[in-house]
Design a protein around this ligand. Structure first.
Ligand code: NAI
Length: 470
């Protein structure tokens, strides 16, 4: 390899949504970019073992429940069987197609990909250790985008067989009879739903007094009632304290319930989904002086600069929500800043979604956060059951909340529990992005019949003028 081939304008470490998008934007802006990735495929956690495969599994199991549980009143019936290997194959095909697509984009923009583990070696150098040995790359800017990994519980280390992280929970070869999910956040609710729909008995153990704790309590309550009806069993304010071997290869978890009582759960598979931690080890950060915070995230200023000149960081590796679209926006903003433009991320307008059925989606403040930020708020509510499209499509469960500032009417937040909430939230994100009011949202024409009309109605309800509810 010649000098020119190891010398770049930028080196990006990690080819997840943060890293590969940053590389693509850099290449668009005329930079010579190297992308270093340890996986054989691009796309990172999100495309390979996270967002995309889980969405494929959620969709497959929605097809199942639509036919099996709701088919009869449409005159659709018969024996429905699940072929798990086929379902997994479909998921794998989706992933393969998408990671192949990213590779095409990256190659098409002239980005050089190095497969191997990259680490900072000081003075703009990166050492890549791959199957073919070591390689030293150089650049004026090194961008760290190495993402995050699942957090273990100290007394319950992942073994990939019985004690699972989401990486394995998307690839089981048989449907477990009994599954315990620890943590009722995004991963726990999504993967718990997948396996419950497929026939597993799923117990979800949550440390906090409510599920989906990233959303307002009202949203948690609505969502819990719906998921319970679907068959998920929740054990809130419950702390798993230990594990031992049970019969038939099962594991027995001991836990402390809400009143301090002893509980135990037997499971074939345990999914531990109690959060993710940044991948900041093994990157040579300490050696070159890149500072970390108390959660081992790379410390950055408002412009993604680390404590070492020429080294930048984005995505799950730094503070903020661990979301693919947040990482992407940071990748674009950083690329533009490095190219002399004014890249910017509006953190207030980052939507948060859990892709259950119904989905849970929110942007801006919840009611509690708005009050904490000093706002007096007015909240409009609209039940999804009052929406015509919902009635026609078996999607009547859920609610929309619109929070506005009581004196200025500025839109402060929108929270949705509804089928397609992940799509419905987009109009609210746009209004928040432009600094719109609840009145702006209420006067925006939404196509009829759509679930999105419920968002408009909830905005009307802020002013007590919802048309389709009393
Ligand atoms: P999470 O932070 O969303 O939820 C973890 C839950 O586990 C919390 O409710 C927490 O109270 C609970 N918990 C923590 N320790 C516990 C313990 N010892 N016993 C019982 N409960 C305990 O984390 P999750 O679901 O693992 O997701 C990790 C990250 O990935 C999050 O930042 C999430 O936003 C992101 N993600 C986002 C997705 C999406 O946007 N749809 C999908 C999957 C992950």
């Amino acid at each position: 390899m010649t000098q020119a081939e190891t010398s770049f304008d930028w080196i990006v470490l990690g080819a997840g949504p943060g890293g590969y998008v940053c590389a693509l934007r850099g290449a668009q802006l005329g930079k010579r970019v190297a992308l270093v990735e340890k996986r054989p495929t691009l796309g990172g956690t999100c495309l390979n073992v996270g967002c995309i495969p889980s969405k494929a599994l959620l969709h497959s199991t929605e097809v199942l429940t639509a036919a099996r549980d709701h088919g009869s009143h449409h005159g659709i019936g018969g024996t429905i069987e699940v072929q798990l290997d086929q379902l997994m194959q479909h998921k794998d095909e989706v992933v393969a197609k998408l990671v192949g697509g990213v590779r095409q984009l990256v190659d098409g923009r002239g980005i050089t990909v190095f497969t191997g583990e990259g680490a900072l070696a000081g003075d703009g150098e990166v050492l890549v250790r791959g199957e073919e040995g070591e390689l030293r790359l150089r650049a004026e800017a090194v961008i760290l985008a190495t993402g995050s990994r699942s957090v273990e519980l100290p007394f319950l280390p992942f073994d990939g067989e019985t004690i699972l992280s989401s990486d394995e929970a998307i690839a089981l070869e048989a449907i477990p009879e009994k599954m315990v999910v620890i943590g009722a956040g995004a991963i726990g609710l999504e993967m718990g739903s997948v396996w419950q729909r497929l026939g597993a008995e799923v117990d979800v153990v949550e440390f906090l007094p409510r599920i989906a704790a990233g959303f307002d309590p009202e949203i948690s309550k609505v969502a819990e009632r719906i998921f319970k009806k679907q068959g998920l069993r929740f054990h809130k304010s419950t702390k798993v304290t230990g594990a031992s071997h049970g019969k038939k290869g099962r594991v027995v978890l001991t836990a402390e319930g809400p009143k301090g009582e002893d509980l135990s759960f037997e499971a074939d598979k345990v999914l531990v989904s109690v959060g993710r931690a940044p991948v900041s080890d093994g990157l040579g950060l300490e050696e070159v002086g890149v500072e970390l915070d108390e959660k081992k995230r790379v410390k950055t200023d408002g412009h993604f600069r680390t404590s070492v000149a020429g080294v930048y960081a984005i995505g799950d590796l730094i503070a903020g929500p661990m979301l693919a679209h947040k990482a992407e926006e940071e990748g674009v903003a950083l690329a533009e800043q490095l190219a002399g433009q004014a890249g910017h991320v509006n953190y207030f307008a980052i939507p948060n979604v859990i892709y259950t059925d119904p989905e849970i989606a929110a942007v801006g403040y919840g009611a509690e956060a708005a009050k904490e930020a000093g706002h007096e708020i007015r909240t409009g509510r609209f039940p999804i059951a009052a929406n015509g499209r919902a009635l026609a499509t078996d999607a009547t469960e859920g609610i929309v909340l619109v929070h506005a500032d009581a004196s200025t009417d500025r839109l402060l937040g929108v929270e949705i529990v509804s089928r397609n909430a992940s799509e419905m939230i987009a109009s609210a994100v746009a209004h928040i992005e432009y600094g719109g009011s609840a009145e702006d949202l209420a006067r925006t024409v939404h196509a009829h019949p759509t679930l999105s009309e419920a968002v408009k109605e909830a905005a009307l309800a802020v002013d007590g003028r919802a048309l389709h509810s009393l």
